[in-house]
Ligand binder design. Structure first.
Ligand SMILES: Nc1ncnc2c1ncn2[C@@H]1O[C@H](COP(=O)(O)OP(=O)(O)OP(=O)(O)O)[C@@H](O)[C@H]1O
Length: 673
């Protein structure tokens, strides 16, 4: 019954697809298959192939609510004492690379607690084109998910390769079928909260969270899984040998058992979320839709758990339940066991156990169609038995992970499996609690919004104290903005935030935030605050006394304000055309420095006119044709002559002269000093 559908090309169905670069080339993958080892990133890892392996899209229904549940906050049983003790027979699991697996795990343990960084600095080296985020150089893009992208990074000091996952804190434009911005925040929070606590050889390790309150994005610095996603299908045929599939399967079972022990249901187990280390170790990644139980996995279903998230092709029957006449089975960690079975099926046979082009058809098959196991490759009776028990439609009789670990197919060729059980027993790691508060405070809310509101608030603050009545509702919208700021989620403590999430106020927060942003935007664009103008080029220096403006930007001129800079854009892209003025043959661009926080610190916001004057009188001088200038003036000091030449050619007074504002030189030489 299912064979005809199984013959469909899975790449034709949008139930699986997602565009991601695979970090390895096909050649490397083939080599890896031949040798049983994963490949490795090259130094730049830029030659990624764009093969469209069989991937899913994330699927989410409705908003998320964090369960009130019983809060396990406090007394965190976080322990990093988990040791990788695979036992002597497990050396075979990692082929010849067992030593490397051990070395990698030791290094990961040395990372210790997850580092939390609240300040981001982005730098761009104009000469070499190299980009840096804090201590990491960005080398290339590894892949993109639904909500963010993953870059290959290198720690500047240690040269260690890392994966940097860049996730917007809110979704800019919610798209049809996608989770809304409320759930995006929730997704990020959840992923961070889980990754921070889960330390296991088969779970991708988080090293640092860079979460600047002034940034719209959060950066997760992760262990780099050089082998990328498990490659498992090639033209509907299996890519892996049965032995390799078994080896990967064991790794996933151990990682999943650990997660369940920690009260976490992954909810999106599938090959695309299983990444390979260079030692051939498989690790579980992507916890964006995971469920965190507050008091173990035996608690009653809560609203959150019943929601259908994950990837349709890997949905358990109880998630696809449409039969109104029969009660839907309880949703539990057994949904991960089903997804594990579907994943094993994929690894063994190169295609999903149930396939269809329409979602309702797929759900119907998952619930009603008997499992058909192909004869090739031969996985033996025990293999068939294991698949049948993993893909048991009844969650109550479905095999448990503890049973999976002892199943004859799983432990085949493992002479001393008791060693393996001992070494991989999740209880050795101790239980980790992830509290509501920890999820709610996992990222700071969009600080740009706060900064904008702060600016407006500052700007309008009079020198003399205003009477309290001036904040009456009958006042202009501007008067209300500080209130908005304090009412919005930005002003809430983690506990309040948690509470507010529990009361499904995410949307309300977004609405408030949206309104505030809207009003702040209006204010900045002059729609409501008439006297705020766009900065314009104006070299009338005489209007501003030099003493009032300092220039802290100059020494950090190549540090790019985060909001203006995207990792994918070149540095020059950040200057809006409206602010650019080409200075003829010299090859320079001159533009005003848009107001930045740095300047704001030196302004008196109580004086409107003062603000406008100062903002306009901090010119930024940039030249992009440095090499040309240098060549045309051999032997001259480009730092001095080029700048002074430029200034005189443009009739500009020399910098630092009394009564002139400072220049901001954007130049490879000056900016780096
Ligand atoms: N730690 C890592 N090391 C190496 N590659 C990674 C790492 N994390 C993710 N990737 C790669 O980057 C790609 C995008 O990852 P990401 O988690 O954003 O996508 P995703 O799994 O689709 O997530 P989402 O479901 O949130 O869209 C993945 O397909 C994976 O190949």
């Amino acid at each position: 019954m299912g064979s005809s559908n199984n013959d469909q090309n899975p790449n034709n169905t949008n139930l699986f697809r997602k565009h991601t670069w695979h970090p390895e080339t096909n050649d490397l993958k083939r080599e890896r298959r031949a040798s049983g080892l994963p490949g490795d990133f090259s130094g730049t890892a830029s030659e990624s192939d764009q093969s469209d392996s069989f991937r899913k899209r994330n699927y989410s229904v409705g908003d998320y609510v964090i369960s009130n549940g019983s809060n396990g906050a406090g007394g965190s049983a976080l322990t990093h004492s988990w040791t990788f003790q695979p036992g002597r027979h497990n050396q075979g699991l990692y082929s010849n690379n067992f030593r490397e697996a051990q070395r990698q795990w030791k290094r990961l343990q040395e990372w210790g607690e997850v580092k939390e960084t609240k300040k981001i600095k982005k730098r761009f080296d104009r000469f070499s084109g190299r980009k840096f985020i804090n201590d990491y150089e960005i080398l290339s893009e590894i892949g993109r998910g639904m909500h963010g992208k993953v870059k290959l990074g290198r720690e500047v000091n240690t040269k260690e390769l890392l994966a940097i996952k860049i996730i917007p804190k809110t979704e800019r434009r919610p798209k049809l079928g996608r989770a809304n911005s409320g759930s995006q925040k929730e997704k990020v929070r959840r992923e961070i909260a889980i990754l921070k606590k889960c330390i296991h050889p088969n779970v991708v390790r988080l090293r640092e969270v860079i979460d600047d309150p002034n940034s719209t994005k959060v950066y997760l610095v992760l262990e780099c899984m050089n082998g990328g996603e498990i490659q498992w299908s090639e033209n509907q045929s299996p890519f892996l040998s049965v032995e390799q599939a078994r080896q990967y399967f064991r790794d996933v079972v151990c990682g999943l058992e650990y997660l369940h022990y920690q009260g976490i249901i992954h909810r999106d187990i599938k090959p695309a979320n299983l990444l390979l280390s260079s030692s051939g170790c498989v690790k579980i990644s992507d916890f964006g839709v995971s469920y965190i139980a507050r008091s173990g996995l035996n608690e009653e279903n809560d609203v959150e758990l019943v929601k259908t998230v994950g990837t349709p092709a890997f949905f358990a029957p109880e998630l696809c339940w449409t039969d109104l006449d029969r009660p839907r089975p309880k949703i539990s960690e057994a949904i991960d066991v089903w997804a594990l079975g579907a994943t094993l099926f994929c690894l063994l046979f190169g295609r999903c156990p149930f396939q269809a082009s329409m979602e309702y058809e797929l759900f119907d098959k998952i619930v009603n169609e008997p499992l058909q196991i192909p004869n090739v490759p031969d996985i033996g009776d025990d293999g068939r038995d294991l698949l049948n028990r993993l893909l048991d439609k009844d969650p109550n009789t479905r095999i448990t992970l503890a049973e999976v670990k002892r199943h004859p197919w799983t432990i085949r060729d493992m002479p001393d499996f008791e060693d393996w059980y001992k070494g991989t027993n999740p209880e050795a790691s101790g239980r980790v609690e992830v509290s509501n508060d920890e999820v709610a405070s996992a990222i700071s809310l969009v600080g740009r919004l706060r900064r904008k509101l702060g600016k407006l608030f500052h700007f309008r603050r009079p020198k003399t104290q205003e009477p309290e009545s001036s904040t009456s509702p009958s006042d202009s919208s501007l008067r209300r903005e500080p209130d908005n700021a304090s009412n919005s989620s930005l002003a809430l403590s983690p506990t309040q935030l948690s509470d507010s999430f529990n009361h499904m106020s995410v949307d309300k927060q977004d609405k408030n935030a949206g309104e505030s942003e809207e009003s702040s935007k209006k204010a900045n664009t002059g729609e409501e605050v008439q006297h705020l103008e766009k900065p314009k080029i104006d070299f009338n220096w005489d209007r501003s006394p030099m003493s009032e403006i300092s220039n802290p930007v100059e020494e950090n001129a190549n540090i790019i304000p985060e909001d203006d800079y995207d990792e994918d854009e070149s540095f020059d892209d950040r200057t809006p055309d409206s602010l650019r003025m080409h200075s003829g043959e010299a090859g320079y661009d001159v533009y005003c420095q848009p107001p930045t926080d740095i300047h704001d610190n030196h302004m008196d916001y109580s004086n409107r006119a003062d603000y406008d004057i100062k903002r306009e009188q901090v010119p930024m001088v940039a030249w992009r044709d440095y090499e040309h200038l240098n060549r045309s003036r051999p032997g001259e000091d480009p730092n001095y002559n080029s700048i002074s030449g430029f200034l005189s050619a443009n009739g500009l007074p020399m910098s630092q002269a009394p009564g002139t504002p400072p220049y901001i030189f954007e130049h490879p030489m000056t900016s780096s000093h």
